[in-house]
Structures are given as C-alpha cells and as structure tokens.
Design a protein around this ligand. Structure first.
Ligand code: ATP
Ligand code: MG
Length: 565
C-alpha cells in the first residue's frame, strides 16, 4: 500500500533500525509482527501498533507478520480471529501468507521446555497458585525458593511429561523456570512456563491440556519466525529480561524487544476488559456501537482507514505514556472526509417555512456544488418549492446582537437558492412554540446572488418540504464525561463517568431526495452541520439512518475552556 500523506518524523525505533542497518546487524532484514490475543475486538490503540509494525515493514522494505497470540483457550474465540483479520485489512495492511498462530508452535514450545528441564533450568512445582504468590515476595521483600525447586532432572522430566499426558487435574502443578527468587524483578522469580488446563482450544482442540504462558510463548514465537524487532508496549519493559533469559538459555535466534508508549485517548477507555463490560452490561449496543473506540465501532461511525493511519503517524512513537486529545483524532477524520465526502443538505430539527410569494404550482431544480474541494465532483439538482424546512436553531424571534441568521424582518440567503425575508411567525396557540415562518423571496436572487450587489449576513441550508425525504440521525458524542475515566484518583468505576448524552437520536430529520437509496457506509457532509455516514446496520432504502461521524469544527476548544473555569 502507498505511504500516508503525512510523513512520520523519525522516532527512537526508526533510529534503532537505522543503526542496525548501518551495522548490518540483521543482515539487512527487517521483520516485525503484530501479535493480538484473539480475546476481543481491536481498538484504536491496536491501530497504533498495527500502523507502527506494518508501517516500518513498508518503509524499510521488510515484512510484518500477523500472529495470533492464542495461548489462553478459555477466553479466545474464532469470532475474534476473523474480526481482527478484517480490521487489519480494512486499515490497509496485508500480511500476505504470513498468518501465524502461537498455537502452531505448541509442539516446538514443548520441546523448548524439555530442553530447559534437561538443562536443570526448569522444574515442576506443586505449590498452589496462592503459595506461589506468597513465596514470590514483593518489590521490597525477596522471594523464597519453592520446596520443589530441587527436584532432579529425571523427576521433573517425568512429571512434566505426565502433566502433558493429562494425568493431573487443573492447577495441580506448573512448570517453572529456575531463575532467581531474589531478583529485584518479580518476573524473574521462577516464573511459570506451563499450567494445566483441561480446555478445548479453538485451533488445537483437545490435543493439549497444558498451555504455555505469554512470557514463555512470545519471545520463542518471535524467534521461530525470525522477527528482528519485537515491538511491544511499555508494560512489557519489565518482562524483557525474561524474554532475553529464555532465548539465551534456549540458545536460539534472539530478536530484540523494544517497548513504546501505548496510545491513551482522552474521554475513552481502551482496555479490552472494560470494553467487554460496556458490551455485556448493555451500556452500548455492541462492539460495533459507533461510540466504541473499537475499529468496528469507528468504522461504523464513519471514520476512514486513511484518517486513522494519519492519526497514528501524527501521534508519533515515544517512550513515555501520554494522553492524546480527541481533537487530534477528529481533525484527522475531518481532513480526510473534507476531500472525499460529497456535500448535501439535511435539516436535523426542521422548522417549516412558507414562502408566500412563491407560486403554489411552481417547482424548480437548482444547481448545487457536490464538493468544492473536488472540482471533478460536479453538480447536482436540488428541488426547491414554496414550502421548505430550515434548521430550528437558524431562527430567533428576538435575536441577540451576534445572531446573524434569520429573524423577523431580516433577509438571509438559502444556499444555492434565493434570498428570503421573514415576514411573519406562526405559533402554537397553546404552547407558544414557533411552528412556522412566513417569508417572501426575491426571484432576482436565483442561485444565491443579488444582481444589485446587496449583501446578507447568513447563508442557511434547507430542504424542500414535500420533495425531501425523512431520515433518522444519530448524534454521537464522547462516551465519558471525564478525560481519564479508567484512572479515577478516588477509585471510582469508569462506569460512573459514562456520558448520558453520548447518543442523541433525532427521528424527524429531512434530507435532500438525492440521498434516497444511499449505500450503507456512504459518507456525506451535511452542509453547516457535520460529516455523517449511512449506518451500515440499521439504515434501509425505506428508512435512512445517519450516524454523525464528526462535527464540522473542533468542538473541544469549548469543552476545554469550560473545564478550566
Ligand atoms: P488490552 O490491554 O486492551 O487487553 P492487550 O495489550 O492485551 O490489550 P493484545 O491483543 O495483546 O491486547 O495487543 C496486541 C498488540 O497491540 C500488542 O503488541 C499490544 O502491545 C498492542 N496494543 C494494545 N493496546 C495498545 C495501545 N493502547 N496502544 C498501542 N498498542 C497497543
Ligand atoms: Mg496483551
């Protein structure tokens, strides 16, 4: 695939690779991998990792593997494997024939484990999970050796083989590496390599009843695949000594692990565990709810792969954790949609306008520009009529000084149509609510310009009343009310910060008739309102449903200001 428009600046990982190329450390090769655990849907944090790993391979003429880190049979599902593949492809990357599974290496990993047992570097431990935890110690208290640490090689071999053969129940024993119970690094205190789990695996079925841990799997999988740079997030920094210990003691090819800061996005949670809770407890309609930071959610919301790639390039790669502002993500989405999305007119909260001097039987079509950013996009016809709708908020009966839109006695332009002047207001007798405006139009201003050169201060969007079509519009907003819902200082649950207005559904919207039959996923800009897409699930030719992808301007400046005060 082609490079993104925004050229990423150098970063510490690129510097490492540049140096490696100079010293010919990997014989000119570059191989990375994206290693998701298939226990949930991918989110925008994963997109950062995908763009980084696949992007480096693309830029340096290397390869990036897709590897499912599927060592935990109880939480993993084929549904997740398929969605992950779809998402990586959608984002614009291709692993070609290099689709790997850690479970494909189970036999090899078992052989590796046997080698460590034979070399006296691993032992079978009968301690319970609690005893292991107790003996491990803490950051300030060294660990204590397990009483089973000094089993003979023969006894360990025998027990480990019998673990594999299914002789023992879940949790009865584990295989542990013999490293150092006094290490300041807790990961090095005789970490568990294998646990007994009589569970069916989505790929290996019932072939195994012992499963390797993440730490005993990851580096060895990298080694088997010939990965050069194993790029992971910062929380694995403390695991690197163990990553290196296994590869050194197994005496196999040894990739280099490099850690970078994960993406944290303001007003969002990114942990799969929390996202799963939102789904299971019905706070959202599913993994693909357009408010979710999942790739399926963002896609349904109308975000584009290019916008996400550009976002990932712009946020860069650093060694220090930080929180990225939603404004940057939305900027990238707008930047891409601005070029692609055709302009149309849609009125979200319609107010009826009768143009008194427009002939009852007249019906005309006016030319409207499809996309001022794209000269090739051409024009379309938009029907005009005596009765139209404008946006409720574009009229005020008693406007304050800075309100330049329609008001009694005032003239404004209807986009691509005519100048109109408000000559009357009709109210509901009981409620006092404004239900209709009476206006006149100037036929000489057809197309939106006055031949006498007179100016108006506002241009409104509109649709014909009887020739527009109905639509439902869903307005999405940030899912949480605070920037860091997962990190509350008082320990409150992230669920306490859910934004009750994150979804506002408008059911009486009217859109121009050209949108009839719009394809699911189609993206448009409702002029003056924002970018929208046709909902891929709930929209039908008979009943259009639009999702607001992003508002037209940065709404966050307002929010930030509000917070300071
Ligand atoms: P979670 O913490 O949400 O459960 P995870 O790290 O367990 O995510 P994996 O499936 O193991 O999810 O992640 C696959 C890859 O994506 C890993 O290399 C991981 O480091 C990376 N990754 C996960 N979350 C982020 C993030 N927020 N920013 C950047 N990379 C991420
Ligand atoms: Mg993980």
């Amino acid at each position: 695939m082609s490079k993104t428009e925004f050229t990423p600046p150098p970063n510490f990982i690129r510097n490492i690779i540049d140096d490696d190329i100079k010293t010919n450390k990997w014989e000119g090769r570059l191989m990375t991998r994206f290693p998701p655990e298939p226990n949930g849907y991918l989110h925008i944090g994963h997109a950062k990792s995908i763009c980084l790993n696949f992007g480096l391979a693309r830029d340096y003429g290397g390869l990036c593997n897709l590897r499912f880190d599927d060592t935990n049979p109880t939480k993993e599902e084929v549904e997740y494997v398929n969605s992950i593949k779809e998402d990586v492809r959608w984002l614009g990357f291709d692993w070609e024939d290099r689709e790997f599974y850690a479970s494909d290496y189970f036999e090899q990993l078992y052989e590796f484990a046997l080698k460590l047992v034979r070399d006296g570097k691993a032992f079978v431990c009968d301690q319970t999970a609690e005893e292991i935890r107790e003996f491990r110690g803490t950051l300030t208290r060294p660990g204590k050796d397990s009483p089973f640490r000094n089993r003979t090689v023969e006894e360990n071999l025998d027990l480990f083989q019998r673990m594999k053969a299914g002789e023992f129940p879940d949790g009865a024993r584990v295989l542990r590496a013999k490293v150092d119970m006094t290490s300041p690094n807790l990961n090095m205190r005789d970490p568990v390599m294998y646990r007994i789990l009589h569970a069916s695996h989505h790929r290996t079925g019932d072939a195994w009843c012992i499963y390797p841990t993440y730490d005993f799997t990851h580096g060895q999988s990298d080694s088997i695949e010939g990965v050069t740079h194993s790029i992971c997030t910062l929380e694995f920094e403390d695991h690197r000594p163990l990553y290196d210990w296994y590869l050194e003691n197994l005496e196999v090819y040894h990739p280099r692990q490099i850690e970078f800061a994960r993406l944290n996005l303001a007003y969002t949670v990114m942990s799969k565990r929390m996202l799963l809770q939102l789904v299971q407890e019905n706070f959202v309609s599913g993994w693909d709810d357009p408010r979710m930071p999942t790739m399926v959610g963002l896609r349904r919301r109308g975000y584009t792969p290019k916008a996400l790639r550009n976002f990932c390039d712009r946020i860069g790669v650093a060694k220090k954790d930080s929180m990225v502002d939603l404004a940057l993500l939305e900027f990238c989405v707008r930047e891409d949609l601005n070029k692609k999305a055709p302009r149309v007119m849609g009125v979200l909260r319609p107010l009826r306008v009768v143009i008194e001097n427009y002939p009852e039987d007249q019906d005309e079509e006016l030319d409207a520009v499809n996309n001022p950013e794209d000269p090739d996009a051409g024009t379309r016809k938009v029907p005009f009529s005596r009765v139209i709708y404008i946006e409720k908020e574009d009229f005020m009966e008693d406007p304050p000084k800075k309100f330049f839109r329609l008001a009694p006695g005032r003239e404004v332009r209807l986009r691509y149509a005519y100048f109109i002047t408000c000559v009357g207001v009709v109210k509901d007798e009981n409620t006092g609510e404004i239900v209709e405006l009476r206006c006149t139009y100037d036929p000489a201003t057809r197309g939106g310009d006055a031949p006498d050169g007179r100016k108006v201060k506002a241009t409104l969007h509109w649709v014909s009343a009887d020739r527009s079509i109905p639509a439902e519009v869903r307005l999405y907003d940030r899912m949480f009310t605070v920037p860091d819902p997962a990190g509350d200082k008082e320990g409150r649950s992230f669920k306490e910060f859910l934004n009750s207005e994150s979804l506002v559904t408008l059911t009486d919207c009217r859109v121009e008739p050209g949108l009839k039959g719009a394809e699911p996923g189609a993206k448009v800009q409702f002029e003056r309102v924002g970018y929208f897409c046709v909902d891929a699930l709930d929209s039908s030719p008979e009943a259009l449903v639009f999702n607001r992808t992003v508002a037209l301007r940065d709404q966050w400046a307002k929010v930030r200001k509000g917070q300071k005060g």
